[in-house]
Design a protein around this ligand. Structure first.
Ligand SMILES: [Zn+2]
Length: 292
């Protein structure tokens, strides 16, 4: 495998147990990622960390440059991504504080650039997304939780909403009827883009509140933060235990969603389009990427 990547969400803008080696700004054809990539070691294993909302948590879910983030991680050789997410719980098996390794996704977001294949100079590509998450990462998340003596719900459908507002009770009832188990704002298009570029990807979700209408209590940031503070400590334990397990992943189908020819065309096409788009800026960017 390549390098393990961790995308931190709300409540996880840094990993205390990560031995940081250096940070690196990656320039991408899609603009700037949420921040520089942090290279470090977790349990002795190389890891690249990126805070999805920026290291100061300043980028809301609908403004995250998901394409730049995924492109940047892929560019430096990340092959397996664990994407941490704070979510609302819907079903009875998802009380606050639960850890969950979802196995399905419903995308309710809109207006977000959600593909690398925009047509035009790039090929038209329809990836197989029947199973949106890497089974190898999922199984290792569950294994890691077990090793740490922590509970983790195996499976569940992640419903990705637009945000940044929380949902209405009616929206949550609809999501529940659709089969959603947890609701968050960042799971799409992040997972889509990872699959398009051939990276293994799976979310690690922490339920930080009952979704709208699922509790008599009002949803407050204070209550969310309290659960998040305690829960992210368990998330860090699971991550530290998962990363060493990723090294022996058997072959999976994640990288085969698009063929190598199409991937090559995507990469070269994007680079070409980028160069044509901004010839003056290109030199500076290329100079920057050469030393990055
Ligand atoms: Zn995979």
């Amino acid at each position: 495998m390549g390098i393990a990547g961790i995308i931190g969400g709300s409540g996880l803008t840094r990993l205390e147990n990560l031995e940081i080696l250096y940070q690196r700004i990656i320039r991408t054809p899609f603009g700037e990622a949420s921040g520089p990539l942090t290279f470090g070691r977790l349990e002795g294993h190389e890891v690249v960390f990126l805070a999805r909302h920026g290291y100061g948590h300043t980028i809301p879910p609908h403004r995250v440059n998901y394409r730049a983030n995924i492109w940047a991680l892929h560019h430096v050789g990340v092959s397996h991504v664990v994407a941490v997410a704070a979510v609302g719980g819907i079903g009875a098996r998802m009380p606050s504080g639960s850890l969950c390794a979802p196995d399905q996704l419903i995308d309710y977001t809109h207006g977000r650039p959600s593909t690398f294949f925009e047509g035009g100079e790039e090929p038209v590509v329809h990836i197989d997304f029947t199973d949106p998450y890497c089974p190898n990462i999922r199984s290792r998340l569950l294994q890691a939780a077990g090793l740490q003596g922590l509970g983790m719900v195996d499976g569940g459908t992640y419903a990705a909403t637009q945000g940044p507002r929380l949902e209405t009770a009616a929206e949550v009832r609809r999501i529940e009827r659709d089969g959603g188990d947890v609701v968050g704002m960042t799971g799409a298009p992040e997972a889509v883009l990872a699959r398009e570029i051939g990276m293994c990807y799976a979310p690690l979700a922490l339920v930080v509140n009952p979704a709208a209408g699922k509790s008599c209590e009002p949803i407050t940031m204070q209550a969310i933060n309290d659960v998040m503070h305690e829960g992210m400590e368990r998330v860090r334990q699971v991550l530290a235990s998962t990363v060493p397990l990723l090294g022996d992943c058997p072959p999976c189908a994640c990288g085969a969603a698009v063929g190598p020819d199409v991937l090559r065309a995507l990469r070269s096409g994007q680079e070409l389009a980028w160069k044509r788009r901004a010839p003056a800026k290109q030199e500076a960017d290329l100079a920057g990427s050469g030393s990055s």
